[in-house]
Design a protein around this ligand. Structure first.
Ligand code: HEC
Ligand code: HEC
Length: 396
């Protein structure tokens, strides 16, 4: 205990020293004297009831700690992780947009554009659906969050660094060794530590405090089937359509693929965006078809989380839709025939996928779905100081 206190004061002293030394450099992070708490154990009742812990992808080799997530936060916002000090993870994952980018394609360190639309980073800790292999990115190419972290850093468009160069560079920044010491018990800056810390920070980004969650807690039902007293009749209609089913091909709901309480699914589907896909998504990777009813994985992309969806426009892997109305329009009348289109959206249901129709929705139902989607916005999440930029200089 005594050692711990000593160590804490030492860390604080070093951090303050680092800040003073670098006072005229805007590059030293401002961290609270008493660490933020990232290890949260309390989830709303309906989230616990959904057996959220079974979905937890935290590996035994990288448990979430406050010191680890604190280091991860600094790394996430540090532009010095890129080749020319211009681009941080946060450059393309903005807190005010639930950690996605309002641009259709993001801009990398040398002004090149990414190939796909950036993704929101809420609840990435909860992806382990049994029987499905979780994979990060639109095409599931990163098997773990730890592996994911090092990919944008080394990406030729995004941050353009090599790992030995990165370690060398960060070792020279006075604020890192004490943060590594606190997180992992050694001041040594390593790529492994970087990947673990940022993965911890992302696992701490949990978003279960939207109007939907508050209304669900109040309704005290675990299956979301009852009308919520706190919802308008329109929002309740939208919820019913979303969760219980929409008339049309298979009479299933959107929740079939966007499963509450995360409103995501670690699996890829072709939702008939195009006759011919320029970007084949999962199909461009050398993996067998993920479903016995489809010949290949062409045009399949991961079903993303719809948490905070009102803040994460534009939509789809290529950011083709600017509004939620356009997305719903796609599901109701824009689904293109494709051999791989998901069964739920395939009118013929006989494998002859030439006549797809999607969901049948009246105008009022389309509006209700949009109203429901807007209840998934978590204002606390986007204003949470634990996830905010530590490099921002506070006004004197
Ligand atoms: C130049 C913009 C850019 C930068 C910098 C960037 N990202 Fe991303 N991020 C994206 C894009 C675009 C995607 C989607 C790419 C794809 O699927 O091919 C993405 C996807 C992700 C995902 C996948 C989310 C999911 O649901 O599967 C994670 C996690 C992520 N980024 C974290 C990070 C971290 C951590 C960093 C910093 C080490 C970072 N990103 C830096 C643009 C960026
Ligand atoms: C068969 C599975 C499936 C069903 C059913 C489904 N979706 Fe999706 N959804 C997906 C996939 C996969 C994507 C990503 C597709 C892409 O980008 O190519 C997606 C993307 C979205 C997006 C854009 C997300 C983003 O971050 O860009 C929204 C919004 C959305 N769906 C809403 C709905 C609604 C509302 C319904 C019901 C009317 C629905 N989905 C039904 C699989 C599904």
């Amino acid at each position: 205990m005594f050692l711990k206190i000593c160590y804490r004061s030492l860390l604080l002293a070093v951090l303050i020293a680092a800040r003073t030394v670098a006072a005229d450099k805007p590059d030293a992070p401002g961290l609270p004297a008493k660490s933020h708490v990232y290890v949260t154990a309390n989830f709303p009742r309906h989230v616990v009831a959904a057996k959220i812990r079974q979905l937890d992808n935290t590996p035994d080799s990288n448990p979430l700690t406050d010191a680890g997530a604190t280091l991860g936060r600094v790394l996430f916002y540090d532009r010095q992780l890129s080749k020319n000090d211009t681009t941080a993870c946060a450059s393309c994952h903005l807190q005010e947009n639930a950690f996605t980018d309002p641009r259709q394609f993001s801009r990398g360190f040398a002004d090149g554009n990414t190939m796909r639309n950036s993704m929101s980073l809420a609840n990435l800790r909860f992806t382990n659906v049994r029987g499905e292999l979780p994979g990060f990115f639109w095409d599931e190419r990163a098997a773990t969050l730890e592996a994911q972290v090092l990919m944008p850093i080394q990406d030729k468009v995004e941050m353009g660094m090599e790992l030995p160069e990165l370690e060398e560079k960060l070792r020279k920044l006075p604020y890192y060794p004490p943060l590594f010491q606190a997180a992992f018990g050694s001041p040594k800056v390593t790529s492994e530590g970087i990947s673990k810390a940022v993965a911890q920070f992302m696992r701490s980004m949990v978003s279960f405090d939207s109007r939907f969650d508050r209304a669900a807690v109040e309704a005290d039902g675990d299956d979301y089937s009852m009308d919520f007293a706190a919802f308008t009749p329109e929002e309740n209609l939208g919820k019913k359509l979303f969760i219980e089913g929409v008339s049309g091909v298979a009479e299933i709901g959107c929740a079939h693929c966007h499963v509450p309480p995360t409103f995501a699914m670690p699996k890829s589907f072709n939702i008939g965006l195009d006759f011919y896909y320029v970007d084949q998504g999962l199909g461009a990777r050398d993996v067998p078809s993920n479903d016995p009813f489809t010949t290949s994985n062409d045009g399949k992309f991961r079903a993303p989380s719809l948490r905070n969806i009102a803040l994460t426009a534009p939509y789809m892997h290529d950011g083709r839709f600017e509004t939620l109305e356009q997305v719903i329009q796609h599901y109701s009348s824009g689904v293109h025939p494709h051999v791989n289109v998901a069964l739920a959206l395939d009118a013929t249901e006989d494998g002859d996928k030439l006549a797809t129709s999607g969901f049948v929705l009246a105008d009022s139902e389309r509006a209700a779905l949009v109203a429901f989607l807007k209840t998934l916005t978590d204002d606390k999440f986007i204003h949470d100081p634990r996830f905010a930029d530590p490099f921002v200089r506070l006004a004197d």
